[in-house]
Design a protein around this ligand. Structure first.
Ligand code: ZN
Length: 647
């Protein structure tokens, strides 16, 4: 595996991929709009106070220029990265202190907290809003896009934080006013705050600084947050998804660092293209990302798409830019019809170059949004409206995509890789490609980056979830989906989903045992009990439900092993009890006797006592009908239901 520090080990097209995508006291500054979607006991008991009802509505007042005293104070404010000559990055507390000082002199900036980490650190976020729209609901009332920049999901890859702090200071100083005029900016300076505080110079073997050390990749209990967007095993991911639900940003940026190949690009990028993302959003990205990249290049930072070499010993065979599953930010945000730009700074460049390159790109991307804000608003709105329309009770039948893979179709690209040659490794004795850093060799290579749909399903009108499955209920709640609860039983035509022949992974992944199984869907008449949940398809985030609930989706709850009890037979029939039942049946049921005699013609079967036991057991009324039945039914026609809102 060529990239030890990168973020996405997985197997695609027969080769290993590795890439770098990815309690306690809630402070007074917490945004109550976020709390309203947090899965806390308090939230489920009583509706939280709505700050939007108590605060004056936002205004479009012209922005006064910062005063002299504020400018003087801001000019003196320096990050730890700057004061250390980019040999260090600030701690959590230093970062909070910097942001507090900034907020004291920058009235359009707000520092809040959107949850807490496993170790109890408050999770900070910053809002920059000319109108002081510091809650998601208020910001959504404004006719301007909301951009969410997320840093430090892998806390050792932290240039996005230092870049964001510099950018925030510049905004406070009154620079880049077009951004404040046209954009509401939300920044998560450090997402994985516990990993951020586990500092060592030895956390990132393939990364050039900061030399004083950097944070660690995972949470304190070993979870990679850039695998947790859908299953939400961590406090941190539940909080971030609640923040996304509360603010519904129109554009998301996820800052990382990558390695694996040595080349001249300082910044690499990726985003999920259509059909993985809705066509209008893809069109916005195609129209605007190139301008932001070109401006970054003008600032002196070479940029290119994210690189995963097809053959690690031969760059001329080209590279892939990968397809993101919903466990990653890049695969998750598209399910919610918003673009997510993955930024991967190149790990062998000096830290200062990485921070300044990251800042340059963030600035130019924000300027690009500000240059044409209405187009981004419209693209996301169109994508959401289309999703809702496809799920309406009277909509024409359509398909929903279940699985995306990389297309075999490649473009050609000029690749400024460093020259090199394969030499025999002293470690493995095998050929190992060695790069000559700085010696650029521009070559034209194939570039694989297009997703294709490899499995679709007829789109249901919604899902019915049997009561008593907390693993499912929690995710529906945490993902902020619109859900109703049946107040009376309903006799319905549904599609039942059954799973069989599970294959469990040999080793755990993210602490879970992943599983694949054969999946069948059959039309059935069933009585769905009161207390069951109804997840209607006419909602903008419906594809989140699809990916959670359809068992053959890559990151479904079943795939993550969170529903593996469905495979387990809980009662067994004593052989002597079965013996009596079978003997009686052979005497009294001619059809059964004939079928048994026919089965025994198969010598292999006749010689297999377990198969013979199963043959009979499956014909008894003691077989549990819940074994293999996924507790989720697909409603292919709009059902008539008596329901109440669930939350
Ligand atoms: Zn990463």
């Amino acid at each position: 595996m060529h990239a030890l520090c990168r973020c996405i080990p997985g197997v695609l097209r027969g080769r290993v991929l590795a890439s770098c995508t990815m309690r306690g006291l809630l402070p007074i500054l917490s945004v109550l709009g976020v709390l309203s979607v947090l899965p806390s006991a308090a939230a489920s008991q009583a509706p939280p106070r709505d700050p939007d009802n108590e605060e004056p509505t936002v205004s479009e007042a012209p922005l006064p220029p910062p005063g002299r005293a504020d400018l003087d104070a801001l000019a003196k404010l320096r990050t730890r990265a700057e004061t250390s000559g980019f040999q260090a990055t600030g701690s959590y507390q230093e970062t909070i202190d910097f942001l507090k000082q900034l907020a004291a002199h920058f009235p359009q900036m707000y520092l809040g907290f959107f949850g807490s980490s496993g170790q109890g650190r408050p999770l900070p976020f910053v809002v920059v809003s000319k109108e002081k729209a510091f809650t998601g609901r208020k910001a959504q009332r404004l006719p301007k896009p909301i951009v969410l920049i997320q840093n430090g999901i892998h806390a050792g890859e932290i240039e996005g934080k230092d870049a964001s702090l510099m950018l925030l200071r510049e905004l406070g100083e009154g620079k880049h006013r077009e951004i404040l005029d046209e954009v509401t900016l939300v920044i998560v300076p450090i997402y994985n705050v516990d990993g951020h505080e586990r500092v060592s110079p030895y956390n990132r073997p393939n990364q050039n600084g900061p030399s004083a050390g950097m944070g660690f990749r995972t949470t304190s209990d070993g979870l990679d947050l850039n695998r947790d967007f859908l299953k939400l095993s961590s406090e941190e991911a539940r909080s971030l998804v609640a923040l996304i639900t509360s603010w519904r940003p129109h554009l998301h940026v996820d800052d990382h660092v990558t390695d694996g190949v040595d080349m001249d690009w300082t910044l690499t990028w990726f985003y999920a293209e259509a059909p993985q993302i809705a066509a209008p959003v893809d069109a916005w990205m195609r129209a605007h990302l190139p301008a932001a990249l070109a401006a970054t290049e003008k600032d002196g930072f070479r940029t290119g798409p994210y690189v995963d070499l097809i053959d690690r010993n031969d760059p001329s065979k080209g590279f892939s830019s990968w397809v993101a599953q919903p466990r990653y930010s890049s695969g998750y945000l598209p399910l919610r019809n918003r673009p997510s730009v993955l930024v991967e700074m190149h790990s062998y460049k000096p830290y200062e170059q990485r921070v300044r390159g990251n800042r340059s790109f963030l600035l130019h991307l924000l300027r690009e949004v500000a240059r044409d804000p209405k187009t981004l608003l419209r693209a996301v709105a169109e994508a959401e409206e289309a999703e809702v329309a496809l799920g309406r009770p009277d909509a024409a039948p359509s398909e929903v995509a279940l699985v995306y893979e990389e297309s075999q179709e490649a473009d050609s690209i000029r690749f400024p890789v460093y020259a090199g040659a394969a030499k025999t490794s002293v470690v493995t004795g095998q050929p190992l490609y060695q790069f000559q850093r700085g010696k650029v060799q521009e070559i034209t290579v194939p570039w694989f980056h297009k997703p294709r749909v490899t499995k679709t399903l007829p789109r249901p009108r919604g899902y019915l979830v049997l009561p008593g499955w907390p693993q499912i209920e929690q995710r529906l709640r945490w993902q902020g989906l619109r859900v109703e609860k049946l107040t009376a039983p309903a006799d319905l035509d549904v599609e039942a989903i059954r799973v069989a022949k599970p294959k469990y992974a040999e080793s755990p992944y993210q602490g879970l045992t992943r599983v694949t199984a054969e999946v069948t869907r059959t039309p059935e008449k069933r009585t769905i009990p009161a207390g069951a949940l109804w997840v209607p398809a006419d909602q903008p985030d419906f594809e989140v439900a699809v990916q959670l609930l359809e068992p053959d989706a890559a990151d479904s709850l079943l795939s993550w092993g969170l529903l593996s009890t469905v495979f387990e037979q809980k009662e067994y029939m004593e052989p002597r009890v079965l013996e009596a039942w079978a003997a009686e049946k052979l005497k009294t049921d001619r059809q059964a006797a004939a079928a048994w005699n026919e089965a025994l013609q198969d010598e292999k079967f006749a010689a297999d006592p377990i198969a013979r036991y199963r043959w009979w057991f499956q014909r008894t009324p003691y077989l549990d009908p819940m074994v293999g039945l996924v507790p989720v039914f697909r409603a292919m026609k709009a059902p008539v239901l008596k329901t109440l809102p669930w939350r």
